[in-house]
Design a protein around this ligand. Structure first.
Ligand code: HSE
Length: 401
């Protein structure tokens, strides 16, 4: 099968390299050899494995009837969306690790793929090389799934790990994550939780069969997390992780968000460190299932991209189980309606006063005029009002699913 790789950055090139590295085994398992016929990128490909394969533009790729599949690895929505749509409409299969594209345009692109009877697969878009999406729609298909939640961004997990273990500086650690090829082109997407939000949206859409728009998902990153938060969490018996969650609540609504969260040190995801991702999925038959592995980087992501390419090479056509529709966002819950436990750090406020206002409070630490207090079973709307009224630092919720 002849394919084209559009976008030859970390993931595009990694995909090509892994294909060349394991070509015989890949051919045997895919049922046919897989060959990169074209690479499209604005940069000079001389000296790369793609030397001599440069395509003039997307039209040139789509004009070649030999090309059956396009790997889109540009990222973002602009040209990536135009190219993917054109490829699907021309009857080409598409594989992509592009979580923004899938999160924002997945319903529309899946619909085109279905109409054209071609594959549109994106295993690498969530948790990089760690298989999560296929297990959800294949191995766990007999379950009613009500939760997918976890550590979905390698860059922020790498930074938090270095802050906790080595007291490392935020900016320097981010720079290392960029050098290692973990971070997005604009790392704001990582540290502000936007990348994790897109992945949660893909998970939620797949789990619940309804498009979950990123702009409707409450998203906080890690830029406000301080050494004092890390120390207070530690004292209370928790680790701080950036957690993305999509959970069906008892009222049937889907609670979807990305926030820093406290995980008990004994929680199965508390020791997921460095660039590793972990996702817990809960089904009514199977209970909890934990997926763990590398969430970013060239070859780990290429591993997932190529397995999608191989699946399409074997099966061809539309893969029916992967589908969701855009029916608005009225399935989403308002986080302020639910009860949470949270760590609150306040200044110039007495513990007794806090206890009087919020009921179930436990003093974790007191240093000068600063308190760290664990509040249990509080309505999030009430807590948010309280915190903004007294000008306290953002609270950090407990995640105990
Ligand atoms: N920037 C992303 C991360 C890459 O750090 O997880 C993988 O999606």
């Amino acid at each position: 099968m002849k394919i084209a790789i559009v976008g030859y950055g970390v993931v595009g090139r990694g995909t090509h390299e892994l294909l060349l590295m394991n070509s015989q085994q890949i051919a045997a398992r895919a049922g046919k050899p897989i060959e990169v016929k074209y690479v499209l990128d604005t940069k000079d490909l001389a000296g790369t494995p793609a030397e001599g394969l440069a395509a003039a533009n997307m039209d040139a790729i789509l004009a070649d009837p030999e090309v059956e599949l396009v790997v889109e690895a540009i990222g973002g929505v602009g040209p990536a969306y135009t190219f993917v749509k054109a490829a699907l409409e021309s009857g080409r299969h598409v594989v992509t690790p592009n979580k923004q594209l899938v999160a924002e345009k997945g319903a529309e692109l899946l619909d085109i793929a279905r109409q054209k009877n071609v594959g549109f697969l994106f295993e690498a878009s969530v948790a990089g090389g760690t298989p999560v999406l296929h297990p959800i729609y294949q191995c766990l298909a007999a379950n009613q799934l009500d939760m997918a939640a976890g550590i979905l961004n390698g860059t922020t997990n790498y930074i938090l790990t270095k802050m906790v273990q080595e007291g490392a500086d935020f900016a320097a650690t981010l720079k290392t994550a960029q050098q290692l090829g973990y971070a997005e082109a604009d790392p704001t997407a990582d540290i502000e939780g936007i990348d994790a939000c897109r992945k949660v949206c893909v998970l939620a859409s797949l789990l619940f069969g309804r498009h979950t728009p990123p702009e409707k998902v409450f998203t906080q990153g890690i830029t406000n997390i301080t050494a004092a938060d890390v120390a207070a969490a530690d004292k209370a018996g928790y680790r701080i992780k950036l957690i993305g969650q999509a959970r069906k609540m008892q009222d049937g609504k889907v609670l979807c968000m990305v926030t820093p969260a406290l995980l008990r040190k004994t929680h199965r995801m508390a020791e997921v460190n460095d660039v590793f991702n972990a996702v817990t999925v809960h089904g009514n038959g199977v209970g909890d299932v934990l997926f763990y592995g590398r969430g970013a980087g060239d070859l780990p992501t290429a591993s997932a991209v190529l397995s999608d390419v191989m699946e399409i090479a074997r099966k061809g056509g539309n893969i029916d189980l992967v589908y969701w529709e855009d029916m608005g966002a009225d399935h989403l819950a308002n986080r302020l309606d639910y009860s949470i436990d949270a760590l609150v750090r306040v200044k110039n406020y007495s513990f007794e006063e806090m206890q009087a206002r919020l009921d179930n409070c436990e003093l974790i630490d007191q240093s000068g005029d600063e308190l760290a207090v664990l509040v249990r079973g509080v309505n999030e709307g009430v807590l948010e009002d309280f915190v903004s009224l007294i000008g306290a630092a953002p609270y950090i919720r407990v995640f105990d699913c």
